[in-house]
Structure formats: C-alpha cells, structure tokens
Design a protein around this ligand. Sequence first.
Ligand SMILES: NC(=O)c1ccc[n+]([C@@H]2O[C@H](COP(=O)([O-])OP(=O)(O)OC[C@H]3O[C@@H](n4cnc5c(N)ncnc54)[C@H](OP(=O)(O)O)[C@@H]3O)[C@@H](O)[C@H]2O)c1
Length: 433
Amino acid sequence: MLLQIVLDAGFLLIKGSKLQNKRHFMRMGDWKITCNSSEGINSAYEQHFPSLVESAKKSAESLKSLGVSLGWIDWASAWLHVTTETLLQRIYTCHLPQRLPLPVLTDFTCIITGATSGIGLETAKQLAEVGAHVVLACRNTKVAQALVHDWQKEREHYSGPLDVEVMELNLLSLSSVRAFAAAWEARQGPLHVLINNAGIFSMSAPQKFSEDGLEEHMQVNHLAPALLTLLLLPSLSRGAPSRVVNVNSDMQAFGVVDPNDLNLNSGRRKYSSTAAYSGSKLAQIYFSSVLETKLPNDCGIHVICVNPGIVKTNVTRTLPKFVQAVYNLVGFFSLSSLEGARSVLFCSTDPQVLEYAEALRAEGWPVCPYYSSDCKPNPTSKHAQNVGMAFKLWDKTREIIGLNNEDVDKLLDGATTSTPCLKESFFSTYDDE
Ligand SMILES: NC(=O)c1ccc[n+]([C@@H]2O[C@H](COP(=O)([O-])OP(=O)(O)OC[C@H]3O[C@@H](n4cnc5c(N)ncnc54)[C@H](OP(=O)(O)O)[C@@H]3O)[C@@H](O)[C@H]2O)c1
C-alpha cells in the first residue's frame, strides 16, 4: 500500500517530465490528425507511422518472408514493446481520469461477454449505470445473477433500477454461441455494441481442447467470438451506427498464426500457453481486419480491437499461488479493473472511434483500428499487418466455425445501408488537455 502511494506520487511528478510530454505530444499529434478528417489520412500515417505504412504496402512480400515463425528480431522487439508498455502504462495513461466519464446512454443496447469478472464486470456495470441496456453474456449465470442483484441493491437510493439482463453463453461450445445468437436475433431488436471481452490465458496449465475439438485459447479468444460477431451482424445492422469491440492484448506482438495448425498440435510448433494466447489474439486482429474491409462501406458497423493494458484481474487464476503472490507484488505497474475498463468503454461509446474507423475504411486501410490503454489509436505489430495471412486465417476461421462463403455473404448483405450519425465527442475535453 505504502509502496503504491510512493509510486503514485512518483508518477504524478513524472507527469510533467519531458519524457511523458514527448510521448503524449506524439500520441496527441497522431490522434488529432486522424480525427480531423479522412483527408490525407494516409500521409498522416506515413508521417507518424512509417513502419506501419511500409509494412502494409509490402504485405504480399511479407506473407512470404514472415511465414509461421517469429524471427528473433521480431521476438526481441515484441519483448521490448510489451515490457516498456507494462512499465510505463501508468505514465502513458496519467492524463485519463480514473473513471472514464460516460454520456447518458438511453436507447443503447450492448452485449458484453465475460462480465462476471475483471475488465468485463467493470465495463458492464458502468454502461448500465449510465442507462444502457446491458446484456451479460456469461457461462456462469448464477454468478452473473448475483452480481446484478448486488448492483440493483446499490441502486436502491437512485431513481430507477438498472436495465441489465443475463443470458447464457459458453464460448467453449460453438453450439452455445449459436443458441445465444438465435435467442438474441429472435427478438429482432437493435444492437449498438458487441463487446467481445471474455478471454482466457491459462498460464502454466496443460494444453486443453474444447468439446468442439479446438484448442481452448483459440476457441474462447478468437473462434467463438468470431462466430458470435458474424451471427449478430443483423442486430448490429439494426443498431447502426454500431460497433464490435474486441478486447485484445499487446501480447499479439508475440503471436504467430499458422492457419493450418490453429490447434497447435501438428508437431510443427511446440505448445505453450503464451504461444496459444498470443496466437489467438493475433488471429482476432486478422479476423477483425478482414471483417472491417468486407463490411459494406455504408453499413455503419465497425470492428475495433483494443488493448486494455496490464490489468490486475482474475486472469492469473491458473498460476500457482506463490507466482500469484509475486504477480501481486509487482501489481503497482498494473492498472485496476476500473482503469483497465477505460479504453474498452472509450472504444465502445466515443463517436471519435467510429469517425476514425470510417476514415480508415474510406482510405481502404487494410488493418482494423487498434486502440491502446490510453484511449489512443496505435499501430499493431508487423505480423498483424500481414494482409495475406489475415485472409488465409479468415477462410480457415469460416471453415472451422461452420459457415460457408454464401452464409457469410448473406450475413454481410444483411448488414444493410444506414447512415452513421457521428455526434460530437464527449471525450474531447481530455484530448485538449
Ligand atoms: N488482465 C490483463 O492484464 C489483460 C491484458 C490484456 C488483455 N486482456 C484481455 O481482457 C479480457 C478480460 O480479461 P480479464 O483480465 O478481465 O480476465 P478475467 O478477470 O479472468 O475475466 C475473464 C472473463 O471471461 C469469462 N470467460 C472465460 N472463459 C469463458 C467461456 N468459455 N465462456 C464465457 N465466458 C468465459 C470469465 O468467466 P468465468 O468467471 O465464468 O470464468 C470472466 O468473466 C480478456 O480477453 C483478456 O485476454 C487482459
């Protein structure tokens, strides 16, 4: 506790330092340019993210050169990136309030997966508190119901109850995903945001397969959310302007995806929970990027990936107790769930995010918007910009989740025309600070 206070004080001091100002300025510069208009977005990117532009241009060659393994330079730079982000994330995010201010969200429906713990719980609660209709899509419905009961009790002294409901969804079962989507779609209502938050990182646990015969990280973190997203496109279309927010991770930088070995059991690569987790997060970016380019220009639906930062949650539950204790000791570098939910809430509600996505799509940008824990867009890893690999993964994903091209085309066609209405950002006050 004392250490935490000392460190917090240190961060406040550093807040005014050159290092922080430089980083903040760089990021603000990118943000302002990308948000002002779609004009010149490529040149803005070329100026600020030359490596991203270069690598997008060379995607065809990179498909050949990247292959399905991570070179040691990519591996070292991923380590450097993740370590720096971890150590400095409190500095990078210190311009944000601890709790993100949200607008009143009446007539706003969102589905959030994995809302019984960590980032998902905090995100769901805050959305409900500002009036949204929130659907907790959870495998443990008893825990979810108990949570809702507690939230409603807390609200007893406020004007009215929260508009929250619980629906069963187990991402380890593709038939559960289909049942959930069918039940939801039967209502024929609008959906404004789908937050694919649920995820697993079974650190130090042995490799496991689901009832569908799929490696569990790949299924929970990528394949099942991909199926859910496609099946809910009609609702998202009814709710347009709408968005899919995928809670991703900077660990995607370590990711390697072999579309012919998504189960990591062909013997070509050795299984580790890190390889499985980072690969599943990279696969999610590939899938999101292709979906973002396939969605009709005027459908008003966008797909966004967001890294919430390193957040102290139940994600370490599979680690031995003493490792968890060490993890908690270095907890002062981690964000709280409240802080980790900020970027997810920002991506789910701020009109600037849709404007930014709209501008990227207008330019034919091949990679989906990727946001960081500081609520700013950031380039993904070099591997994540491999367009050829993204399309291969898309095809493989479609095959595994049991949708053929015609099924997907029908769902994409269902994402019918609607004009996005972009309101002024309620978050702009923080950009201008
Ligand atoms: N914490 C971090 O540092 C961090 C960093 C980067 C990215 N992320 C990402 O953030 C997201 C949220 O993670 P968290 O840190 O908040 O973890 P968490 O506290 O462990 O919460 C994960 C949630 O996902 C749910 N879930 C797991 N397997 C599921 C399944 N088969 N079907 C339905 N729901 C399932 C869990 O439900 P149960 O309680 O029923 O298991 C829980 O509600 C994940 O996608 C994670 O990869 C986290």
